[in-house]
Design a protein around this ligand. Structure first.
Ligand code: GLN
Length: 187
């Protein structure tokens, strides 16, 4: 059985664990570098990217996770998790993990609509998924090899770069497990 870690510092941890179990995998909460041993994939949940970054530093997890990312461990970042993965963040000099070849912008869907839900078409999967956006980032640009999987209002909100899957929204806050299934197939 595939074993998938969920970074358990902040955010919707339980919801991701439920989705991982719903697709038939074992889920493990990651709180220290020791927990990373033996996982087949890692989910980076949403929350507040600057807070998660501080916690990654405090718990000495940034370098071990970056090392696994560079070795090809499949990683799925949702919302703040996408920001952690991105190689460039608009307005910031340094990225966090900086491993996914995309540029993201934080809080990019405007103040008056900080949170909203929509029915998002995923052409490659030939279906729509319910997508919850909460103070969501979007992907401003991608390197040529990156596969764009979904757009909302002409902004990229789901993309895959090699072993990295990043989305602006929160699939774990719905009952739909399409995106988690797609991630598990990357493993
Ligand atoms: N706005 C948050 C950030 O920039 C992300 C929001 C979320 O993960 N729901 O980190």
């Amino acid at each position: 059985m595939k074993k998938i870690g969920v970074l358990a510092l902040q955010g919707a941890i339980r919801e991701h664990i439920n989705q991982i179990e719903a697709v038939g995998c074992e889920a493990i909460a990651i709180k220290s570098a020791d927990d990373l041993v033996g996982i087949d994939g890692l989910v980076l949940p949403g929350g507040e990217s600057t807070t998660i970054r501080n916690l990654l530093d405090r718990f000495h997890l940034l370098e071990p996770i970056r090392h696994l990312a560079e070795q090809g461990l499949p990683m799925f970042g949702t919302c703040a998790g996408l920001i952690l993965l991105a190689e460039n963040i608009v307005g910031y000099e340094e990225p966090h993990l900086g491993v996914m070849k995309v540029t993201v912008e934080r809080n990019s869907f405007g103040r008056q609509i900080d949170s909203f839900e929509c029915d998002l078409p995923i052409p490659k999967l030939k279906r729509n998924v319910p997508a919850v956006f909460i103070r969501a980032p979007h992907i401003v640009s991608v390197e040529e090899h990156v596969e764009i999987l979904a757009k909302h209002e002409n902004r990229i909100v789901l993309a895959r770069d090699r072993n990295f899957l990043g989305c602006s929204f929160h699939p774990e806050l719905t009952k739909d497990i399409t995106i988690m299934q797609y991630f598990v197939e990357m493993i």
